[in-house]
Design a protein around this ligand. Structure first.
Ligand code: GLC
Length: 441
């Protein structure tokens, strides 16, 4: 009996150890640092859904026939696809990496795969490996490539239908079989293209079934066994799980939940953070969706994300002909103009620990704080000068305007705040940055 209890205890402890066993390697830690050193990434949702120009959920939301929908592949021939031009436009925006859909919920693979003919090389007249070509072009520009990969599949019979998608014959569901297919594709993706990260999505599809056998730890272990520096993130809208290397937030800054996806998603204090957002409304190209955010709004989002220690992954839905929508290109150029001057104030910075202020936010570099004045109209101003008040109790050494390098007068008040006087920024200045050097002691 005693032995029985001892074995029970051993099994319990073994279980605990197993659950905590993931220790990132030094290479992985370096990759995490690299990831966080770029605050801007470009997200791409591109697939045969782009042909319908109704967003990437068209099959599911319109309850289409799976076969009829898939027939679009036979006409997919994005003649204007120019991976080098795309990569150049992304690079010029100031982005450090690109995350593209290798396979979205409709199950269509945008890369060369032997696991299913439903792919861009074997299943379309285009016959080119779009993901592979883009990966090469992105890397040639010195950026990192990340792959979005859907864990759910609306078309394959072996993936058990969850909350999304269209009706399937449940007797054909076989998750273990599907899991082997995924593993084989992930091995191909890693061996063919060596991505820096995987961006998984779709686990929320079985949220109602806590026991759904996803086998994620096994999948993560498999990835890290092939390349321990490959980062893994999963858009499951929950706290970080064992084996994951970064945490993403859908359409919200970490800690906020305006879009309704992040309720209960505890912000990790150990792994890098990333927020993803659309430039307009939809992820996949949607012809009527022309409500693009302005460059000003996008810069503000980037800066606010950086102030929380997070990257911004900003999405573009390329068109069926292989071109990037004109308004998206315009926003990339605008972001690039801003980044050309200010990238140092976001890239490689960390959260400053100072809360968001009425006038804007702060980012931190070693020995330095950058104040991003996003709402200049809120600064008290008189005689052409404005006053910036900061909770930096006795820590200031010097203050400058970041863009001009001009020193700015400042004084500490007895209540422990620092007030900086600066020429009043015009109300349409996107982001006036005040650079503060901190005292070493
Ligand atoms: C959601 C959507 C999906 C999109 C993703 C991007 O999970 O279902 O279509 O790819 O968000 O964040």
């Amino acid at each position: 009996m005693k032995r029985f209890y001892l074995s029970l205890i051993a099994i319990f402890l073994g279980g605990c150890l197993l659950a905590q066993e993931y220790v990132p390697t030094p290479e992985n830690i370096r990759a995490r640092e690299e990831f966080s050193s770029h605050r801007l990434g470009i997200f791409l949702h591109w697939g045969i859904y782009s042909m319908y120009a109704q967003g990437e959920w068209y099959l599911s939301t319109n309850n289409l026939d799976r076969e009829a929908y898939s027939a679009a592949a036979g006409g997919f021939c994005p003649s204007r696809f120019d991976p080098e031009a795309w990569a150049k436009a992304f690079k010029e925006s100031g982005a450090g990496y690109v995350t593209m859909t290798s396979r979205h919920h409709d199950g269509f693979s945008m890369f060369r795969t032997a696991q299913s003919p439903f792919n861009i090389v074997d299943g379309t007249p285009f016959r080119r490996d779009a993901l592979g070509e883009l990966t090469a072009a992105v890397k040639a520009e010195g950026m990192d490539m990340h792959f979005y990969y859907s864990l759910l599949d609306w078309i394959r019979d072996d993936y058990p239908k969850g909350g999304s998608g269209v009706a399937k014959d449940a007797s054909l569901a076989d998750y273990d079989h599907y899991f082997e297919f995924e593993k084989a594709q992930i091995r191909e993706l890693m061996e063919q293209y060596h991505p820096s990260a995987f961006w998984f999505d779709g686990m929320w599809d079985h949220d109602g079934e806590p026991d759904f056998p996803w086998r994620m730890e096994e999948l993560y272990g498999f990835i890290h066994s092939i390349d321990d520096s490959c980062l893994i993130g999963n858009n499951h809208h929950r706290a970080v799980m064992t084996g994951e290397d970064f945490q993403m937030f859908e359409k919200d800054l970490p800690g906020e939940n305006t879009a309704g996806f992040s309720g209960g998603q505890q912000v990790s204090e150990t792994v890098p953070l990333e927020m993803c957002e659309t430039m307009n409304w939809a992820w996949g190209y949607r012809v009527e969706d022309q409500a693009y955010k302005s460059v000003r709004e996008l810069v503000h989002l980037l800066v606010r994300a950086a102030s929380k220690g997070s990257n911004l992954l900003i999405n573009i839905g390329p068109q069926a002909d292989g071109s990037l929508p004109a308004p998206a290109l315009d926003r990339l150029r605008g972001l690039g103009e801003w980044m050309k001057v200010y990238s140092l104030t976001v890239d490689g910075t960390a959260a400053s620990g100072i809360e968001e202020q009425v006038w804007g936010v702060t980012t931190a570099a070693p020995g330095r704080v950058y104040c991003h004045i996003l709402k200049p109209e809120t600064l008290p101003a008189a005689g052409g000068e404005a006053v910036l008040v900061l909770p930096l109790n006795g820590r200031v050494a010097s203050v400058r305007n970041f863009a001009t390098g001009a020193s700015l007068p400042w004084k500490a008040d007895p209540a422990g705040f620092v007030t900086v006087t600066l020429p009043a920024p015009s109300s349409d200045a996107i982001d006036t940055v005040v650079e503060i050097d901190l005292r070493t002691k």
